[in-house]
Every structure is written in C-alpha cells, then in structure tokens.
Write a protein that binds this ligand. Structure first.
Ligand SMILES: Nc1ncnc2c1ncn2[C@@H]1O[C@H](COP(=O)(O)OP(=O)(O)O)[C@@H](O)[C@H]1O
Ligand SMILES: [Mg+2]
Length: 253
C-alpha cells in the first residue's frame, strides 16, 4: 500500500530552491534512502514532511490524507516521527523520561487525567514505563534508564533518539544521518538494527551521506543534488549512474 506520496515539492529560501520540484513515494514496509552531497536539500525535505517548513509548492499525501502544511505536533499524531541530524534529546531528563516524552506525543491520556492524576493516569504511566524499558532494551540501553541523557556516550545518545521516535509508534520513521559521528562498528550495529526494524514491519526513510552504507540496506534510493532529484532506483542502478558519481566526486570522475 502506498504510504507516502510527495508531488512536485519545492522549498524556496529567498532565491535559493533548497528543494526543487521533487516527486517521491514510499510503499508500506520499505526502507528508502535519501542521499546526496552536503547542502543537497535532504534535511529540508524532512523538515517539510514533519511540518517544520511549509512547502512553497507541491503536496504531501500521507496514508491517504493531504498533510501539506500541517503543524509538527499534528504530524506526529498522523504517524510520522523523526530523529534529527544534530541530536535533540532532553539532556537534563533521564533516558527513561526521554522515551516517555516520545510516547506522550501520541498519548491517549487526556488533559483531565494528567491534571488530576487519576487512577487511569497512573495505570497508563506504569504501562508506558514498561513499554519504554522494552524499547530501550532493543538498543542495549535498558541499564541506563535512570541516567541523564547528557551523560550517555555519543553513540548511545543517537540510539536513544531513535527509540524516542519509535515510542510514538509511527507508521513512518525518518532518520536524519543516524550514523553520523559513529565509528564503523557502531555504524554496522546500527544498520543491523534498522534492518531488524524493517523485518518487524517498520517503514523507514533514511538520510545518509555515505553512499556505500545505504547500498546494502535500501529497497530503493533517491539521490538529490542542489535540491534536484538526479536519480532514483535500486542500489545497482544508482551505483553506476554517471550523474550520481559526478555529484559525489565532481565532474571528470
Ligand atoms: N532555514 C533556512 N534558511 C535558508 N537556507 C536554508 C535553510 N535551511 C536550509 N537552507 C539551505 O538549503 C540548502 C539545503 O540544506 P539542507 O537541506 O540542510 O541540506 P542537506 O541536509 O542535504 O545537507 C542549503 O544550501 C542550506 O543552506
Ligand atoms: Mg542534512
């Protein structure tokens, strides 16, 4: 089933078209990678999908609904969650609390129950804490529940961010360079983890700078350069595409 359909999306900042007339689609259960050199427009594309920027032109249809221009806190309720290129955890909250915040972004607990600390509120908090710990265990952070997020090692913080996004139970997970700054072993483990999410039915859109890295993991790849889509297709098609090689290595490569 088609989960995401983006039509002719453009984001202009003054005279600069950071994203220029991009069409794009994702089926449920796919891992799609969005690659391209620095400044290609990848993060800007995410920012439009998550309501941070309102597109200058074009439309975003998610799960059959037009969500173009919808605010970020509503987008997450529609079922799109993300991580950021630069880690954005709550540094002075514990690891567990960070995940609980992710859960609350889609919580059914109404304001009444939260304000008056009803029995229903406590029951749901208990359930949530249990679920959060289960999630943390999948990224080997179960024993860090009570640590402040700021005290985690860098690679652990990156994993915590993914788990926090997953806590919202998204239909679509957006990962913006999740392996940035990781060493090769951490990166390998992360890629295995992402693949595991797919095996459990997740739909994932991955931004990654490193072309080699995405080749193994992606069902399909889109390549941006200077805001324009220069290629799309299977790994093997992208690998040998002359425009892609030039975008990465310069003309004459
Ligand atoms: N809020 C903004 N205002 C002006 N220019 C922006 C803004 N956000 C991004 N850009 C510009 O858009 C282009 C694409 O940036 P970005 O989407 O971050 O690229 P990528 O994630 O592919 O490295 C860059 O030239 C960047 O400077
Ligand atoms: Mg970026």
């Amino acid at each position: 089933m088609k989960l995401l359909e983006v039509n002719n999306l453009t984001m202009a900042f003054g005279g600069l078209k950071a994203v220029n007339n991009i069409s794009f689609h994702m089926e449920e259960g796919e891992i799609i990678s969005l690659i391209g050199p620095n400044g290609a427009g990848k993060t800007t594309f995410f920012n439009m999908l998550t309501g941070i920027y309102i597109p200058t032109e074009g439309s975003i249809v998610f799960n059959g609904k037009n969500i173009t221009g919808t605010a970020p806190e509503k987008i997450i309720k529609e079922g799109i969650a993300r991580t950021f290129q630069n880690i954005r955890l709550f540094p002075h909250m514990t690891v567990l609390e960070n995940v609980l915040v992710g859960m609350h972004s889609r919580s059914h607990n109404g304001l009444f129950h939260s304000l008056f600390r009803t029995k229903k509120f406590y029951q749901e908090e208990k359930r949530n804490a249990y679920k959060a710990k289960e999630l943390l265990a999948t990224v080997n952070l179960a024993d860090k529940c009570n640590e402040y997020a700021k005290n985690l090692a860098y690679g652990q913080q990156r994993r915590l961010e993914i788990v926090r996004a997953l806590a919202a139970q998204p239909k679509l997970l957006l990962l913006d360079e999740p392996a940035a700054g990781m060493n090769p072993q951490e990166t390998e483990a992360l890629m295995k983890y992402i693949r595991g999410l797919k095996d459990k039915g997740a739909t994932i859109l991955l931004i990654e700078h490193d072309m080699k890295l995405v080749m193994k993991i992606s069902d399909r790849i889109y390549v941006l350069d200077h805001g324009v889509k220069i290629a799309e297709g299977l790994s093997k098609d992208i690998q040998n595409n002359q425009d892609v090689i030039e975008a990465y290595l310069g003309k004459g490569a």
